[in-house]
Design a protein around this ligand. Structure first.
Ligand code: UDP
Length: 397
C-alpha cells in the first residue's frame, strides 16, 4: 500500500523539481514547491529575449553534459535535447586559441606541427616534475602543463573567476578541464551533450507538471517564520536553498562567487562567431562573452545578443553561483552541518538538505539530477518502511 505524505520543497531548480516529481510518482506524496524568485528553474532559467527572439540562459550558459544513461534518459522525458557540442575559444595575450587545450592549441601556441605522441612528450617535458601530489590548482597546472600554458590560459582567468590566487584553490577545479593530444575540441569529455530546444525553464515546468505538485513562486521561506508558525499540514521539509541562509547566516556566510552580465548591443547578425569566448588575460576585466543564438544552431535569428560575464564576491542580496570551498569555508560548513543535524532532530518536522546550495558543492546539472533521483527513490522506500529521511542524503566530497 502506498503511504501518503505532505512534503514542502524549497527551491524550484533541478534538485527541487526532480525530487518533487519522483516523490509524487513513487509514494503518492502531495508536494508543495516554493521558490522566492518569480520563475522556475533556479540558475538554469531560460527565456526568449524580447528584442532578438533568442533563447537566453539568464544566469549564464548551461550545456547539459553527462555520462549517465539514466540521467540522459530522464531529462529527455521532459524536453527535446538537441545535440550541441561546446567548442570554446580562448582570447589570450598571444591571440585566439582553441579550448580545452588540444593538439591544435599546442601546435599553434608553440608554433609546432606535433603529432599526438610528440605533443604528449613535449607537454610532459614542460610539466614540473618536482610536484608529486599537487596541493592546489596552480601546482596541478604546473605539473600538467608547465608555466607558459598555465599563465596564458589559467592563471589570470582563475584570478578573475575566483577572486583569489590559484594557489588557494583546490586542484580539483582544474581537473574539470581535459587536456587532449588530438584535435578534439569538445569542451566536455562526456558521452551525452545537448541543450533543450524549448529551454530549461520549460523542461522544469514539465517535470513539475503533476497533479500532486503545487508550485508557488515569489514565496520566500524563512526558517524563523516557519518555526514560529509550523504548518501541521507538512510532515517533511526538503530544503534546496543555501545552507547558511537557512540559519539566517548566524555563523557567517559561506564563500561564493557570483557573476554579473553586461548586455552587449550588437549591430551585426553574428557578434563573435561562437557561443563562448573566454578572455584569459588580466588586461580584460570580464571572464568571457557568450552569444546565446549559437547555443541553438537549429534556430535562425536576424539579430543577436551577447553578454560580458564578470565574476565577483557574493554580497548580501547577490545570487550565489560558485562555492569557493576555501579552508575557512569548509570549517564554517562543518559548523552548519552539525547545526542542521541537531536542528533536524529538534524541528517540528524532519528536514533533508539537497542540491548544490544546500550541500555547498560545485555541481553540474547532471550530478544534481542524479542525486535528486537517488534521494527520492531511497526516500520513497523509507516512507513506505516508516523510517525517517536522512538530513544529508549526499555526503560532501
Ligand atoms: N579556467 C581557466 N581558463 C579558462 C577556462 C577555465 O583558467 O579559459 C579555469 C577556471 O579556474 C575555472 C576552471 O578552470 O573555474 C573550471 O573551468 P570550467 O569551464 O569547468 O568552469 P565553469 O563551467 O564552472 O564555469
Amino acid at each position: 500500500m502506498k503511504l501518503s505524505k505532505n512534503i514542502l520543497i524549497i527551491g524550484a531548480g533541478f534538485s527541487g523539481a526532480v525530487a518533487a516529481r519522483e516523490l509524487a510518482e513513487t509514494c503518492a506524496c502531495k508536494i508543495e514547491v516554493w521558490d522566492e524568485r518569480p520563475h522556475l528553474g533556479g540558475n538554469c532559467h531560460t527565456g526568449r529575449d524580447a528584442e532578438t527572439g533568442v533563447m537566453v540562459h539568464h544566469y549564464g550558459p548551461h550545456i547539459f553534459n553527462t555520462d549517465s544513461e539514466r540521467v540522459w534518459a530522464y531529462v529527455q522525458k521532459f524536453g527535446d535535447f538537441r545535440p550541441f557540442t561546446n567548442r570554446v575559444k580562448a582570447l589570450t595575450a598571444r591571440g585566439v586559441f582553441s579550448l580545452p587545450i588540444n593538439l591544435l592549441t599546442i601546435n599553434q601556441f608553440f608554433g609546432k606541427t606535433f603529432n599526438p605522441e610528440e605533443a604528449r612528450a613535449f607537454i610532459s617535458s614542460l610539466g614540473d616534475a618536482t610536484i608529486r601530489e599537487p596541493a592546489n590548482f596552480e601546482e596541478q597546472a604546473l605539473k600538467m602543463l608547465g608555466r607558459d600554458l598555465y599563465e596564458a590560459f589559467f592563471r589570470d582567468y582563475t584570478i578573475k573567476q575566483w577572486g583569489c590566487h590559484p594557489r588557494e584553490l583546490p586542484a580539483a577545479i582544474l581537473q574539470r578541464l581535459p587536456i587532449r593530444f588530438s584535435y578534439d575540441d569538445n569542451y566536455y569529455n562526456r558521452r551525452f551533450q545537448g541543450i533543450p530546444a524549448e529551454g530549461y525553464t520549460e523542461v522544469i515546468r514539465r517535470i513539475l507538471d503533476h497533479p500532486s505538485i503545487a508550485v508557488h513562486l515569489e514565496k520566500k521561506f524563512s526558517t524563523a517564520d516557519f518555526a514560529a508558525n509550523p504548518s501541521p499540514h507538512f510532515n517533511h521539509l526538503i530544503h534546496t536553498g543555501p545552507l547558511d541562509a537557512f540559519f539566517g547566516y548566524s555563523e557567517g556566510r559561506l564563500g561564493y562567487r557570483t557573476v554579473e552580465f553586461e548586455r552587449i548591443h550588437c549591430t551585426t547578425e553574428d557578434y563573435q562567431g561562437n557561443a563562448v569566448i573566454n578572455y584569459t588575460d588580466r588586461s580584460v576585466p570580464w571572464t568571457r562573452i557568450h552569444e546565446h543564438k549559437h547555443f541553438a544552431p537549429w534556430e535562425h535569428h536576424a539579430k543577436t545578443v551577447a553578454f560580458r560575464e564578470f565574476s565577483k564576491e557574493t554580497e548580501p542580496g547577490d545570487i550565489p553561483y560558485y562555492p569557493k570551498r576555501l579552508a575557512s569555508d569548509k570549517t564554517l560548513l562543518q559548523r552548519y552541518r552539525i547545526m542542521a543535524e541537531s536542528h533536524a532532530k529538534a524541528a517540528p518536522l524532519p528536514i533533508s538538505f539537497l542540491g548544490r546550495l544546500a550541500t555547498y558543492r560545485y555541481m553540474d546539472m547532471e550530478t544534481v539530477i542524479g542525486e535528486a533521483l537517488d534521494f527520492a527513490h531511497s526516500a520513497a522506500n523509507r516512507i513506505t518502511a516508516k523510517q525517517p529521511l536522512p538530513t544529508f542524503p549526499n555526503h560532501e566530497s
